[in-house]
Ligand binder design. Structure first.
Ligand code: IMP
Length: 425
């Protein structure tokens, strides 16, 4: 059974842990979108691994790790991650495959990201400053794009980088008054990346089709969440890739028909980092309580996350566009100790009740939440292992999520460790 795991909110739903658990039954784990803007935390034997680009399967010795063509690949960050894992004893010799078609994030992309964000001031997107938008923009623009395959042709790459930096230097200087980038420096860094990573660069689409034909089980690992999807999220406060399950096919070359299980991951509440509308946000004591109990601070940037109630309208929409047929609800333990909990099954928009998520940022800003209130529970859930042993009100809460989203819950997270998970029939 092939499986695709994606977030149904604004990222940080706990996908890393779900992927890590499912990877045990899989042969291959594939990242298909985004880049080092993602942050996946996996805890194994009390050791914490914060991964940005490496698929979460990396911490399982027998699992092949694929970086698909849809990823924007930052070799500088990836090498640090790879070397860090190697120092901890993990070996990647025959199990790491990086797409030759993946686009490369270089120093000037990161510079452009931060220059643009600073210039936007209050109107900034609140990006991770990892060069994601500028790299995807170069991909779409084509003429100034660098792909992993370019590392194989150093002379051509050298002249390409000269052409790119000539152009970017003129723009950066004129628009932002920035210092020029040295093309030789960029080229030298590419030489290092190419020496260290060259052996892993290949046609990952071919690799994946052959793996599936040979009966291997493949797990597709999403980054960010459906509400940050470039086409289907809360534009312009989104990331620059198709972060929903819809990105799986373009980002890997594997059609949806080859995947049986589309698992959507949600937190039992909602969080968001960066700017943009967030209807169920609780910019108050409740939000602070969730932030503290759930340790809601970004893995990549350390920024405090904005916190709020579970948004059923958003999750139902994200499940619909992603063809989601199973849900994992993470961080259920975080909600313990609250007298009442709220879930939002619909919005009021211009005097009318709607159940369908309006992605337009203006509409979403105006949407008023119609809440359903549920009773809370006080019991600590962190060591509960069976669904039946959950407090009645926690079960009622899970059932409310199923009712509002229209999707069955199969996994419930009760803490950061691998074993803190409940399977529900
Ligand atoms: P970018 O992807 O760095 O361009 O940032 C665009 C938006 O996506 C910003 O609001 C970021 O905070 C958000 N974002 C990007 N990656 C993540 C993530 O892994 N988790 C949560 N939000 C993210």
């Amino acid at each position: 059974m092939n499986c695709c795991v994606t977030g149904l909110q604004w990222g940080d739903e706990g996908k890393g842990k779900v992927v890590d658990i499912l990877a045990e039954q899989c042969d291959v784990v594939v990242r298909f979108a985004g880049g080092a803007n993602a942050g996946h935390t996996v805890i194994v034997n009390n050791q914490k691994f914060a991964l940005h680009l490496m698929p979460s399967g990396a911490v399982r010795e027998d699992t092949a790790c694929v970086i698909g063509n849809g990823v924007v690949f930052d070799p500088e960050i990836f090498l640090k991650e790879l070397e860090g894992l190697e120092q901890k004893g993990f070996n990647f010799a025959s199990r790491l495959f990086i797409s030759e078609n993946a686009h490369v994030v270089l120093s000037y992309h990161k510079l452009e990201d931060s220059l643009r964000e600073s210039a936007l001031g209050r109107n900034k997107i609140g990006t991770t400053n990892r060069g994601i938008g500028p790299c995807y923009a170069d991909k779409i623009g084509r003429s100034f794009a660098v792909r992993m395959a370019d590392f194989r042709r150093p002379e051509q790459l050298k002249s390409k980088l000269k052409k790119i930096t000539d152009y970017k230097n003129k723009v950066f200087e004129a628009v932002y008054g920035a210092e020029p980038i040295d093309p030789e420096e960029v080229y030298q860094s590419c030489q290092t990346y190419s020496q260290k990573l060259g052996k892993y660069i290949c046609n990952t689409t071919k690799y994946l089709h052959e793996a599936i034909d040979a009966g291997k089980k493949v797990l597709f690992e999403g980054a960010q969440g459906a509400l940050l999807d470039l086409d289907h999220g809360t534009f312009p406060f989104v990331t620059s890739s198709n972060a929903s399950a819809l990105g799986m096919s373009t980002g890997s070359g594997i059609p949806a028909g080859k995947v049986d299980r589309f698992l959507g991951v949600v937190k039992s509440y909602t969080t968001r980092v960066g700017s943009g509308p967030f209807p169920t946000e609780q910019d108050n004591q409740t939000g602070q309580l969730i932030r503290d109990k759930g340790n809601e601070y970004g893995t990549t940037t350390g920024r405090p996350r904005r916190c709020g109630w579970f948004d059923g309208v958003a999750a139902r929409y994200a499940a619909a566009i992603g063809g989601i047929n199973e849900l994992a609800v993470m961080h259920l333990d975080t909600l313990a100790g609250m007298d009442e909990l709220k879930i939002c099954p619909s919005y009021m928009l211009e005097g009318e009740k709607t159940n369908f998520f309006p992605v337009d940022a203006g509409d979403l800003e105006r949407a008023e939440c119609v809440y359903e209130t549920l009773p809370g529970w006080n019991e600590d859930l962190s060591e509960v292992k069976e669904y039946e042993k959950l407090p009645e009100n926690a079960k009622k809460y899970i059932e409310a999520i199923e009712r509002v989203t229209g999707v069955r819950v199969s996994m419930i997270g009760t803490g950061p460790r691998r074993d803190q998970i409940i399977y529900k029939k």
